[in-house]
Design a protein around this ligand. Sequence first.
Ligand code: MSK
Length: 647
Amino acid sequence: MNDCYNCSDQSLIEKAESEEIDLVWQRYEKMKPLCGFGEQGICCRICMKGPCRINPFGRKRSVGICGASADTIVARNLVRMIASGTSAHSLHGKEVAKTLMHVARGETAIYSVKDAIKLRNIAHKLNIETDGNDLIPLAGVVAANSLMDYSRMDDEEICNWLKYTIPDARLEKLKKLGITTSNIDGSISDIMARTHVGTDADAVNILLAGLRCALADYSGMQVATNLSDVLFGTPQPVVSQASLGVLRKDAVNIAIHGHNPLLSEIIVDVAYKMQAEAVAAGATYGINIVGVCCTGNEVLLRHGIPLATNYLSQELAIITGALDAMIVDVQCIMPSLAKVSACYHTELITTMPDAKIAGVTHIELGSGDSLKKAELIIRKAIDAYKNRDDDRLSIPAEKNKVIAGFSAEAIIDLLGSINSEDPLSPLIENIVNGKIRGIVLFAGCNNVKVKQDHNFVTMAQKLLKHNILILATGCGAGAFAKNALMNSEATEDYAGDTLKEVLTFLGFEAGLNAPLPPVLHMGSCVDNVRSIDLAVAIANRLGVDLNQLPLVASAPELMSEKAIAIGSWVVTLGIPLHVGLAPPVTGSSLVTNVLTSELKNIVDGYFMVEEDPEEAADKIISIIEEKRLGLNLDSSLDSANNIEVLS
Ligand code: MSK
């Protein structure tokens, strides 16, 4: 069995097998056969009369005990996934906004405004008066405007982070459909209330509420990403490395894992100051911080810290025998890490009050004494290093160069070095002239049902050959970083002729002395809004809506409820979305049909399910070519219908 796209990871899986340590792949095999009712979304557990399981073939048990149809049950289950994903992202955003408010009130000595330009740009974007506003009071106003999106009373209003960040035409469409949101927390509680037993039984009405909640997810993600940039700096291109080979024999290796930069930034700062202690303990290199999952993406983008691995192979970091501590915050942390780390010398430490693991050391960060606690955590890692068993060391040799840090601002700055008057024009001109056929946004997780990273890599190679530029976030970005698709050499190896020409020109013109990578790393999963910001800038520049752009999104190995929430707002913003696994909706032909077909008539975006990555790439290419035709991009620029981008 080959579970990982990456061969060195495969050897670690075999090492774990020889040590009789179960990993996610073995647990998956033991779980088979998976529950067919659950897979199709037709198991209902929202009251205690059941659980009810609907017969998918429409014979006996065609409705639940209360009379709920398969359509109702599937729709309810799906929107509860959206609500969960939304709560995860938006709570992250709320914590960041509250921290900015603490900065404005002088209540924290740990955090500060690191990117004043971004703060002023946000104020401008949110229509906040900046004249005469000093930086710190302005931070308070921006934080208050963001927090208002979580608590607004007036249902007629619209969240600032939705209203001011999407094209006008899209906003008008959403308003007409009645699915804009005024209050992120309210949209989540609306879903929980309407899906309580005996409430909303109209599947389409439930799904529309799900789309509203997904837009709340979008708004919360905008808060999280943008205010993190204010506090920690907006990412700029940075060179680093990725894959488990970034672990070092001569270092105290500490992995930071999860999502929240409020925690990881403290660990990174404190670790830099404690290098001498690690050296004194015998680690000649000192402390080697590496990233896992989206915390890994956050610190890769802002500090160039190497990315060890993405979601599915998180346990393998411990199996190397070289990891002295894994420090986790929230989301996508496998509880199994407790058992796996107990088989090694690795210290596993939880840091958030809402993300503990039974039996695991918990040292809470986030309050006034965070710096002292971070020191304690690092010291535990150094102590663990002293117990490392060199006989069990197996650090893979493979690591690949990655150029990350392509925030929307970084891309626009880079293009601005070519045309400072109209920074987007070099990109737009090359989309219009067809040298770049279109853009695909790759997002989402790994799923144990797919050979890890396989779908991402296979699809990317085909799309690049077809001269399609790729943007990536989350564990998708991790897949590309690990598999050497985020460096200049990848442009030489995989980009089609015209894409290669453009990336080479842009890279040299921007002073990088090498081609831009063909897959641009835009950040963690919460940073998906960065790619939307870029797409909105292009759409606004062209005077079109998002659905008209030659732009497709893909989550080929999706897994989490957050991925369902993101996918739902992506389609609501008008962008077609490929998914490599069917969400648990196939038990309702009505819901399946709405998501894959009818939605196109309502919001322009829709879900396209295709498990085969080669086929998926072909279908995406067809959609992009169709969109190009819609904009008349490949005909003469003099054509009456053509967008006049060069005027
Ligand atoms: S960590 S949500 S597995 S992208 Fe953001 Fe990765 Fe998906 Fe978690």
